[in-house]
Design a binder for this molecule. Structure first.
Ligand code: UFG
Length: 335
């Protein structure tokens, strides 16, 4: 079995390539290195002992996408390639709509023309906005997006819905909660460009002395300790969800042409919970201060994972401490 992984050198993509290869799949990666490094290919090879096929090009280059699909037959496509910085998307919305939706359209069109099936899409819990009920099920209402980035995920789900209705194409959209951590080998992990916007890279960089202090954005939320709550999932657990979702499509076990699954742990952790868990996992004290809320942040989001548990037979296995320990070991590898 051969699988195309777009964005396969990125954070979640690289961990998914490792799990695919560990499971016996042949992998071909398309990545334009816009937010990843070619060294990741060597690191994947060193973890699994197998070098994946690698094609470097931009998925906005339609003739190249068509040529690829005409000369490569795959059993499934896992589509990660996208821009993902929420703040940047507010400043450069057209870049985000163009990149994230243009590449999706090119891949879907080429799949239809070359009669290839089985599409796994990286969606996000951002489509739920601030959900009214916790934990969040897949039936929770979709709320207006908080950012152009979030809107590209919502629109992409709509595109998949219309396309799977009109054509013989099967797809699963995985709605990720907050992916964190790194591979236990510390050979692959998250590579934030510039100052990280996300909590865990900022935590590990602060502990490493790159930043003096972590800012905790708000302690006046209506939560037990006043800080905001998220569902932090280890990237290796998240990667494994893609394998079971892909097998479901390959084995024709899907119940509808497009299915949605929440991929999280089901457990909500506050920012202070994360800080204490990091200190426990690493034996390091973290310098932090409470500052006002960050604009656009929601109070809480954590998943009801019942559907993924029962339908995919998937469940997260690693703890928050495991993820933070792995993120720290990865940080220590960085120069
Ligand atoms: N936080 C801090 N200090 C920091 C960074 C973050 O206190 O320096 C807090 C945030 O306020 C939030 C929590 O830590 O309460 C998590 O923040 P992240 O930026 O790590 O994650 P978000 O939940 O804000 O964002 C994530 C993904 C986005 C996605 C969004 C909504 O990173 O891609 O969820 O689904 F759009």
């Amino acid at each position: 079995m051969k699988v195309l992984v777009t964005g396969g050198l990125g954070f979640i993509g690289s961990h998914t390539v490792v799990e695919l290869q560990n499971d016996g799949f042949k992998v071909v990666i398309i990545d334009n290195l816009s937010n990843s490094k070619i060294e990741v290919l060597e690191q994947i090879t060193s973890i699994t002992g197998i070098k994946p096929q690698f094609e470097e090009f931009n998925l906005l280059d339609k003739p190249k996408v068509e040529a690829f699909f005409n000369s490569n037959k795959v059993d499934g496509i896992i589509h990660f390639a996208a821009s993902k910085a929420v703040g940047e998307s507010v400043e450069r919305p057209l870049l985000y709509y163009n990149n994230n939706l243009g590449s999706l359209l090119n891949v879907l069109e080429a799949m239809l023309v070359s009669k290839q099936d089985n599409f796994i899409f990286s969606s996000s819990c951002t489509v739920y906005g601030q959900a009214d009920v916790m934990p969040i099920t897949e039936n929770a209402p979709i709320k207006p997006a908080e950012s152009p980035y979030g809107n590209t995920k919502k629109i992409a789900e709509d595109i998949l819905n219309d396309t799977t209705n009109a054509h013989s194409l099967n797809a699963i959209a995985l709605r990720y909660f907050n992916p964190i951590g790194a591979h236990p080998s510390a050979k692959i992990g998250e590579l934030p460009i510039g100052v990280p916007q996300n909590l865990i890279p900022y935590v590990t960089q602060t502990a490493a002395g790159i930043h003096e202090q972590l800012s905790v954005f708000g302690d006046d939320y209506p939560t037990p300790d006043g800080t905001a709550i998220r569902d932090y999932i280890h990237v290796v657990d998240l990667a494994k969800a893609h394998i079971v979702a892909l097998k479901r499509l390959i084995e024709n076990k899907n119940k509808t042409a497009l299915e949605f699954f929440n991929i999280g742990t089901g457990k909500g952790s506050s920012v202070l919970d994360v800080i204490y868990a990091f200190e426990k996992a690493t034996n390091k004290k973290l310098n932090y201060k409470i500052v006002p809320r960050r604009a656009g942040d929601i109070t809480e989001a954590y998943a009801d994972t019942t559907l993924a548990n029962t339908e995919l037979g998937w469940k997260s296995e690693k703890s928050l401490e495991d993820a933070l320990g792995d993120a720290w070991r990865w940080q220590l590898q960085q120069k």
